[in-house]
Design a protein around this ligand. Sequence first.
Ligand SMILES: Nc1ncnc2c1ncn2[C@@H]1O[C@H](COP(=O)(O)OP(=O)(O)O)[C@@H](O)[C@H]1O
Ligand SMILES: [Mg+2]
Length: 367
Amino acid sequence: MSVQVPTQSPPRLEVRNLYRQYGNRTVVDDVSLSIEPGQVTCLLGPSGCGKSTTLRMIAGVDMQDRGEIYVDGKLICDTVYRVPPERRKIGLMFQDFALFPHMSVADNVAFGLKDSAPKKRLRVEELMEKVGLSWAIDQAPHHLSGGEQQRVALARALAPRPRIMLMDEPFSGLDNRLRDDIRDETLALLKDEDTAVLLVTHEPEEALRMADEIALMRDGRIVQQGSPYNIYNAPVDREAMAFFSDINIIRGTSNGALTDTPFGQFLTPGCAEGAAVEIVIRPQHLHLDFDRAGQGPAPTAAHGQAALGIVERARFMGTESLVEFRMDYDNSKLKATVPNVFMPKPGMRFWLTLRRDRCFVFPEKAK
Ligand SMILES: Nc1ncnc2c1ncn2[C@@H]1O[C@H](COP(=O)(O)OP(=O)(O)O)[C@@H](O)[C@H]1O
Ligand SMILES: [Mg+2]
């Protein structure tokens, strides 16, 4: 009897244990990634954490100290062997892309193509249609708006059918109004071309919007990797959580796998006896209740115990308002978001409860 083994193709891009030092500082510290065709992975992290350096090594314009890079299962770079950048079939797109001003849009897009003239024209026409700019094909670049030029640059990068697209903060030069549309169009085109995309950004909203997978980077290391949903809803630590939104911290001390707080007891398994514990919750998961003429809140099992706070400040933010409370129990501050129709005045008192299923328990970081 023969056994059918499913044939599994290797990832389009695989990076294994990449390291890079500048002087004696390690700026890329054991980075591993793999990306499938048609997938967008966002390398997300604060400025200076090593994102661009990682990208440059994959592109082949910088050299790692350790680690390997594979494309379709084939080694393209380790510390000895090195395929030159122009032979890696990698497309690049950066924030300060520049079109060649003296060439037409069509010539810009055809720039990296080595086919016959009619074949080139076909590919250019196909891409210009995909980016919605067929009408601009024979224009000069300076006749186009910033957003349109961006789309031409994308078409130019994709024209030679790169196996991989590396994009370094490609949207940060565009104004807000344009950005969302261009992100969506870009994403559609990248999926359509079936290229594997590594997109670098420091903006969490951009990563959440565009990524199939987010690799969250900090101080040269990938600290968490997963779908946007998981990264947002199951953060590995307080910093990872705070990267995506405001957070509130309620402190307590672990005692027999339980921690007492003004909002009731929390299960804190795995925290050492007597250890400082942080219960962390996002502002949208606090619940407000009126005092009901001294009767206090209507308690619910899901929300646990309520604590009193006084409104210090309320800010209108469009779809919602952000209310800052000074809490009676220890004078600490908590922030809650509420629907925008509701704008409490400073000095008003409320009972606050927490959505317990949205609380995260982290052992307090050593200072
Ligand atoms: N060629 C270089 N020489 C020395 N230090 C560098 C060089 N390139 C980057 N760095 C440093 O490495 C760190 C990571 O840089 P970079 O990868 O550009 O971060 P990011 O793209 O995440 O903002 C930064 O502290 C930066 O100053
Ligand atoms: Mg950078």
